[in-house]
Design a protein around this ligand. Structure first.
Ligand code: KIV
Ligand code: NA
Length: 257
């Protein structure tokens, strides 16, 4: 699984054979430059989902349900998930949380909306968690995570994202639940992995989380290209004749008379 947020990123991810594309609410940070994901709205999610689904032929597209689009209750969750389906064109949604959102997960699944769970470091709760921190480091916290994963599976989630938890705990959860686990900062024993598009490609300028492997530095490559363009224009080297349109010489000459 990899995130994508617009048409070009979706076409790339899809064409590379990634199975699932997540329109993550991380778009608030990597696309919109905000400090966290809390302020992402349903309208913003729908806008980005539309672009991603237009660029996707093969992968399953999953939309994050933004902060407070599902917590208030089952009705709210159904209404908002329906928008992501009908207007955004996605075919699954992801919700952060454990026991407290089981009624919403059940109702969505019953309505025919596949649900992805997300436990561990849940960025929408960053205020309550006291920062972007690794979760489940004590035996008690780890037990709670295992319990949440099982409860999400029982409620009908078809896979569960495990974010920023110790590898041995992710391994235990993966062994304990029947549905696939998708890890991010959760070690190699998960059934699948997920990364943020901008992190993988080196397109985010602020920080690189410990769990990210940067496979390329596209910012450097892009900066090089943009600087060359600027220099070419300043030196008169761009555009060249090959980029310019001609007209019949006699027509041009008429303008001198
Ligand atoms: O918003 C997001 O990109 C996510 C993934 C990091 C799992 O939730
Ligand atoms: Na998210």
């Amino acid at each position: 699984m990899l995130t994508a947020y617009d048409y070009p990123s979706a076409t790339l991810v899809d064409q590379c054979g990634i199975d699932m594309i997540l329109v993550g609410d991380s778009l608030g940070m990597v696309m919109l430059g905000r400090d966290d994901t809390i302020s992402v709205t349903m309208d913003e999610m729908v806008h980005h989902c539309r672009a991603v689904t237009r660029g996707t032929k093969r992968a399953l597209v999953i939309a994050d349900m933004p902060f407070m689009s599902y917590e208030p209750g089952v009705e709210t969750a159904l209404t908002n998930a329906a928008r992501l389906f009908q207007q955004g064109g996605v075919r699954a949604v992801k919700l952060e949380g454990g026991r407290e959102i089981l009624p919403q997960v059940q109702a969505l699944v019953q309505a025919g909306i596949p649900v992805v769970g997300h436990i561990g470091l849940t960025p929408q709760r960053v205020a309550a968690l006291g920062g972007f921190k690794v979760q489940g480091k004590t035996a008690e916290a780890a037990r709670r995570l295992m319990d949440e994963a099982k409860a999400l599976e029982d409620a009908g989630a078809f896979c569960i994202v495990l974010e920023a938890i110790p590898a041995p705990i992710a391994s235990r959860i993966t062994a304990a639940v029947g549905v696939p686990t998708i890890g991010i900062g959760a070690g190699s024993d998960c059934d699948g992995q997920v990364l943020v598009f901008h992190d993988l490609l080196g397109l985010f300028d602020r920080f690189v989380p410990k769990f990210v492997k940067q496979y390329a530095n596209l910012r450097d490559i892009a900066a090089q290209a943009i600087s060359e363009y600027r220099q070419d224009v300043e030196n008169g080297d761009f555009p060249g004749t090959e980029h310019s349109f001609r007209m019949p010489e006699e027509e041009n000459a008429k303008l001198d008379n």
